[in-house]
Design a binder for this molecule. Sequence first.
Ligand code: GRF
Length: 204
Amino acid sequence: MSKHILGILCSGRGSNMQSILAAIKSGQIKAEVGIVLTDKPEARALAVARENGIKSICINRKECKDQQDFEEQLVAELRNAGVTLVVLAGFMRILSPYFVGEFRHQILNIHPSLLPSFGGAHAHRDVLAYGTKVSGCTIHFVDEGMDHGPIILQDTVPVLENDTEETLAARVLEKEHILYPRAIELYVDGKLELVGERHVRIKN
Ligand code: GRF
């Protein structure tokens, strides 16, 4: 079987991307990264990709005609790089049904809460405001809904009494850096089976 080629989409810091690159280097994930794409020229992920000798391109959303134009450029770069799995790692843009249809069941996302609770851009703030005692992170397939697709893996952390958004985010991020590489490993090893619309079975 030929190696999977990952296309990683980032908007900022890129720490999840770094954990994925480390897992590829260690041999945990048997795949290569074909391209890193960002929507923001200032994304640190661009420098991280460059340092690792990975092709990286910024498609500045602000310079695109509209969302369709932006997504068509993303798709063209991903196809050009031969990408077989799209990995959203802190990509702060909602993708339209057009993009999702181009890579159906081939797009993964990480979200820093226990979905379906606390989707959206302010998960930690919302968790603290609600007062839940547990939070965590979720890796899921991307479908047309926001933070909605079939769940692959989740892990939990406690929410502590004096937590701030920053302390909670840091605790969750430690788990993210373990969980995302694990989910990608399962995908590239062919261990994920979609059962119906919502359920992901992990094969032995
Ligand atoms: C992570 O918390 C991820 O769950 C969320 O955005 C953050 C990105 O961080 N979607 P990084 O860019 O991977 O460091």
